[in-house]
Design a protein around this ligand. Sequence first.
Ligand SMILES: [Fe+2]
Length: 386
Amino acid sequence: MTGIEFYSNGHIISEAGSMRQKLGALAKQYAATSAVIITDAGITELGYVDIARQSLQDSGVKVTVFDDVVADPPIAVVNQAIEMARAYQCDLVIGLGGGSSIDTAKIVALYPNDFDSINDILDADLSTFKKLPLFAIPTTAGTGAESTFVSVITAEDGSKKAIYTPKILPDVAILDATLTLKLPRHITAATALDAMVHCIEAYTSRTKKNAISDALALQGLKMLWQNFEQVLNQGDDLEARAEMLLGSTLAGIAFVNSSVAAVHGLSYPLSINFHIPHGHGNALVMCPVFSFNLPEAAPHYAELARTVIPEALAMTDLEAATAFIAQLKSFLQASGLKYRLSALDITENDIPALADIVVNTYARLIATNPKDISLEEVRAMYKEVL
Ligand SMILES: [Fe+2]
């Protein structure tokens, strides 16, 4: 029997309007006097930073805002955020936004330690590091970054670097679905499919599957699956948005304590070489990977299918697993996202380089996949969705 070590936030609030109503009081609970909000300019424009600032100021907490985060945050941007937090001697760090803002905040919370650039701590043992109180307030329902202890940033050479340690797990996750009401349809779709993939890959991990992640993945997938079409068709349905947001948090806790696998492995090179957003990249390659995995993973996919497709209860494992993948394919096709690589200006000639990155850089994500994958098989999966 394999042991389990499991980490999650100490405090999760899932309530519409909770950022406005509770952020200031929560900051006081952590004895904060000066908070830095790490976000991007789009979130400032939407007025969400003003709401957070007001709540904090009403509780007597000073506020500094860093809103220069960009997608796939470069190390230089994260270093700037750290400098600002240091200059204002902030004692509370709040990540407000998508995964990039929250991932940046996770590193800013380490600023009281003695380092000049993140480059200095990338390979360091952070277990004895000090960490400031860290709150995460997601504005998308997808990455699960509010509940994960990994931060992915972009090095000077364009490669992705990950800091992975329970040290950077946010203390408080505030799930306020009002902040997701204005998400455009294509972002809603891509982030939701990312979260579904988190549930599926966590549940089928070859090396790190565990009972706690399983329970969260099953419930998370149910909430995401049952509300997916509704949030696409009626983006202002607050109840459906709240289910999606909590579902994506459960997915985040599940996968960070289990693992993701080959869907993420094939998706990362699409982001690196072609700047395809992470969730969209996963959506593009998920069905070929899951179909390839069927010989090993059909019983697990069938278990997932039986929680979300009532007819699957009367099917064999292979039938249920196949129906599950077919439904994911129709989710993608109905989402409005482009589902062919060629529609994104990727050609057959690009495939060998993409496949090389998977095998050379993301072997760890093949290792957790239910079935081994060769270089030739990676190329074949990309070709399937060309
Ligand atoms: Fe992901």
